[in-house]
Design a protein around this ligand. Sequence first.
Ligand SMILES: Cc1cc2nc3c(=O)[nH]c(=O)nc-3n(C[C@H](O)[C@H](O)[C@H](O)COP(=O)(O)O)c2cc1C
Length: 181
Amino acid sequence: MDFFELIYKRESVRGYIDKPVEREKIEKIIEAGRMSPSACNAQPWKFVVVDDKEIVSKLAKKLYDPLVSGINKFALSSPAFIVVVGEKRNLTSKMGEVIKKQDFTSLDIGIACENICLAAASLDLGTCMMGWFKEKSIKELLNIPSSKKVHLVISLGYYENKEPRKKIRKDVTEIMSYNKY
Ligand SMILES: Cc1cc2nc3c(=O)[nH]c(=O)nc-3n(C[C@H](O)[C@H](O)[C@H](O)COP(=O)(O)O)c2cc1C
């Protein structure tokens, strides 16, 4: 598939069909995350794949919040999730973060997550990155040490075949300039 076709195909999928995702595909998708660039090649991530039905259902309830306009209700239909945990950085990139006042971990994880979502789209799987979740109870559910941060949870699954939605994006004139701000 042409790169730009893939870019337009990837969208946040908020509804899945009842079909498990093959582990072979999950592993390909994680490979796309593993190959992502990161500051000083620190690779400060761990991808916890959840595809066990019982745990999936418990996890979905920690993403869905009926009190906040039903946010992430669609997660209840997702057959799998990738929980993205931040890991220790290497010393050089830690120093870089402090000296340059940059949050390299979030940058690195954002890049890896997009690679993951694009890889999934290339395999006709839908994803949605979710930043709204009950972090503490997800850590308890998945035995993630309390000292670590869950940055994102990505839903993953098959969905009804349909045309991608029209993308709502700022005009290029608003987000790009040449040679000066
Ligand atoms: C860091 C991050 C957090 C997000 N959190 C949520 C979320 O909790 N729930 C949700 O439905 N979508 C979430 N999204 C998806 C965005 O709403 C979506 O990417 C944006 O509206 C653009 O639409 P598109 O992904 O379909 O192109 C998140 C996206 C990102 C990058």
